[in-house]
Design a binder for this molecule. Structure first.
Ligand code: AMP
Length: 357
C-alpha cells in the first residue's frame, strides 16, 4: 500500500475516450490533475484533462515520458498492449495491476479464472484450428456463440450458431482467429455489479443494475434490477470474491446472466463500466470518483444508492435530442464532447432519477 496521493498530484490515464473523460472530471473534483495518453487525435478526455500525450502504444519513449510526469497510472480500456505496460510499470505504479488485464484480455483465461473460483460460466471450448472447431461443436453444441478470444467489445467479434451447421460460416466470419465457442444461455435477465476495492483491501459494491442491449450495445441500465434478495446478495458476494482473488485495486464491472439455476458470469471488465454510469446521479460517490479514490489510496465511498435510476445511452444521432432531454428536471445529462454523431457511436448518456418508494 502506497501513501495516499496528495491533492495536486497527477494521475496518468491510458486511453482518452469518454471513460477517461469522466475519470478526469472526478479526479479534478478531488484536486488531482490528469495526464491522458491516447493514440487518437482530439480525445474526449483531452478536453477536460491537464495534459494529453498523443502517441501510439508502440512509442516506448513517449510512454516513459508520460509515466515520469505522473504519480500513478490507471487505464480506461482493457486492451493495452503488454509492451506498453512494460514501458511504464517499472517507473510508476499501475492500478489495477496487470494480472487483472491479463485475465480479462483473453476470454479463455477469463473463463478458466472464474471457473477456478467456483463460479458458473457458460459451457465453453477453445477454438484455434478447424479441428478445435469440430471438437468444440461436438462438446458445446448449438445454439451457441463463437467469440474472438481477444479484442471483442459491444457485441463485435461474435457470431451466432443457430445449429451446428452454422459453425464453419461463423468461424470464417470471425476470420479464423483464436476464439471461444460458448453455449447460448437462456437468461431471464442481464445484470452487472460495479465493485471497487481499495489498496487496503476494503471492498464496496454498488447495487446490481439490470441491462438491456440493442444491436449488441448497452441501451439501458435500470436500478433497482428485478432481483430477489438472495440473487442480489449472490451477485454482490460473487463480485467481491473476484476482486479479492485478483488483489484488485480500482473499479471493476462484472456482467452476469440471471438464470433459474443461478448466476452465470459473462465477463469482467477491469475498469469503470458503461453499466455503472447510473451511479453519477444515483449515489453520492459515483464509480469514477470511487476508482480515482482507490488508485489514489483514499478511502472508498459506501456505494449506497439514494435514488432509483434509469440510464439510457445516447447512440449516434440520438444525441441530437438534447434540447428535449434537457427539459426534464430529473434527467442528468452526460455528453462526451465528440464531434461526429456517427451511427453506433456512444455520444453521451442520460440518467433519469425517481424517488425510492
Ligand atoms: P459480450 O461481448 O460477451 O458481453 O456479449 C454481448 C452480449 O451478447 C451480452 O450482453 C448478451 O446479451 C449476449 N451474449 C453473450 N454471450 C452470451 C451467451 N453465452 N448466451 C446468451 N447470450 C449471450
Amino acid at each position: 500500500m502506497t501513501k495516499p496521493l496528495a491533492q495536486g498530484a497527477t494521475i496518468g490515464i491510458l486511453g482518452g475516450g469518454q471513460l477517461g473523460r469522466m475519470l478526469s472530471v472526478a479526479a479534478s473534483r478531488l484536486g488531482f490533475k490528469c495526464h491522458i495518453f491516447e493514440p487518437g487525435a482530439n480525445p474526449p478526455a483531452g478536453q477536460v484533462a491537464d495534459r494529453v500525450t498523443t502517441a501510439p502504444y508502440s512509442d516506448l519513449d513517449a510512454l516513459a515520458a508520460f509515466a515520469k510526469s505522473v504519480d500513478v497510472i490507471t487505464f480506461e480500456f482493457e486492451n493495452i498492449p503488454a509492451e506498453a505496460l512494460d514501458a511504464v510499470e517499472y517507473l510508476r505504479p499501475v492500478l489495477p495491476a496487470r494480472n487483472a488485464l491479463a485475465t480479462s484480455q483473453d476470454r479463455i483465461t477469463e473463463k478458466a479464472f472464474l471457473s477456478g473460483l467456483g463460479l458458473n460460466v457458460a459451457p465453453y471450448a477453445n477454438v484455434e484450428t478447424a479441428a478445435d472447431l469440430a471438437a468444440a461443436v461436438a462438446s458445446v453444441g448449438a445454439p451457441s456463440i463463437l467469440k474472438t478470444r481477444r479484442f471483442g467489445y459491444d457485441g463485435k467479434g461474435q457470431s451466432r450458431l443457430k445449429t451446428t451447421d452454422d459453425a464453419q460460416a461463423a468461424w470464417d466470419a470471425l476470420g479464423n482467429t483464436p476464439s471461444v465457442l460458448e453455449g447460448f444461455i437462456d437468461f431471464s435477465l442481464e445484470i452487472s455489479v460495479i465493485g471497487a476495492r481499495s489498496q487496503s483491501g476494503e471492498v464496496v459494491c454498488y447495487d446490481p443494475g439490470e441491462n438491456v442491449h440493442r444491436d449488441g450495445i448497452l441501451h439501458t441500465t435500470t436500478l433497482p434490477a428485478n432481483l430477489n434478495t438472495s440473487q442480489r446478495m449472490d451477485a454482490v458476494i460473487l463480485a467481491g470474491q473476484i476482486l479479492n482473488a485478483l488483489d484488485y485495486v480500482g473499479v471493476m464491472g462484472v456482467e452476469l446472466f440471471v438464470t433459474p439455476s443461478g448466476l452465470i458470469v459473462n465477463e469482467i471488465a477491469p475498469r469503470v463500466h458503461n453499466s455503472g454510469h447510473w451511479t453519477q446521479n444515483g449515489c453520492v460517490i459515483d464509480q469514477f470518483e470511487q476508482h480515482i479514490r482507490a488508485v489514489a489510496g483514499w478511502p472508498l465511498g459506501d456505494g449506497e444508492r439514494h435514488s432509483n435510476v434509469m440510464m439510457t445511452n445516447l447512440i449516434g444521432d440520438e444525441v441530437l435530442d438534447v434540447a428535449t432531454l434537457s427539459k426534464d428536471a430529473n434527467v442528468g445529462l452526460h455528453l462526451y464532447g465528440k464531434a461526429d454523431a456517427k451511427a453506433g457511436r456512444k455520444m453521451g448518456h442520460v440518467n433519469k432519477i425517481t424517488q425510492i418508494n
